[in-house]
Design a protein around this ligand. Sequence first.
Ligand code: SF4
Length: 259
Amino acid sequence: MEMEKTCYSVDQREFMQNEENVSFGSHRGKSHGNGEVERSLRRDLAELAASLRQHLSYQALMGLEWLPSELVPITQVMPDTLDEIRGELGECTRCRLHSNRRHIVFGEGSPSARIVIVGEGPGRDEDRLGRPFVGAAGKLLDRIIAAMGLGRQEVYICNVIKCRPPKNRDPLPEEIEACGPFLRRQLRAIRPQAILALGSFAAQFLLSSQQPISKLRDSVHQFEGIPLVPTYHPAYLLRNPLQKRQAWKDVQVLLSLVE
Ligand code: SF4
């Protein structure tokens, strides 16, 4: 991808810290040919879906319980809201991780976010506070979001699993299987313009892939028609700061996908 040279904001310089100067592409005001058409179609579809939802909500309010042609319960064709998904999750005991958790970390941010950021699972600080990415890795993620020109409240941040594994071990397949469907529903509810998958677990789960993050990154993938950009997890970047440069390139690709 051809990149233009731009000035760094204070936040971008802070994120890159001691990295050498790199030319970054601007995601604003740039013509993307077929990409523009695709985004325009996606925007039209999103507006159509919003109108349909509004119409079905009105019909449900008026007492309609079934759609006549297919006899499908009206609730099945309406995407859940985040509140409904959180309500259904309840005080979840669907996997063994419930036994040691202090808080379920459901996710936070804008329900109409253009970008959803997906990590692996809560750590100690997240479990203590019930919020995603609030520890050291979260502080780096905050800097990345600021370097993107956004506030934390403008994106939505969540994880593949919602309870902390003991000693921060990797989530087990059965835990991902139990918790993962709630993440899928969160993504369907928000329907962002793009997803940033942080680390192998998030990327592999959302792409149904076994490839390591080093193989998955550097490409734009799709999750149910939503562009998905895999990149390194901030915790990995803290241990390998030279990889921040690659992560920033991924973020630039992500920004080129949103309006
Ligand atoms: S990790 Fe997910 S499925 Fe397991 S107990 Fe927590 S909320 Fe439930």
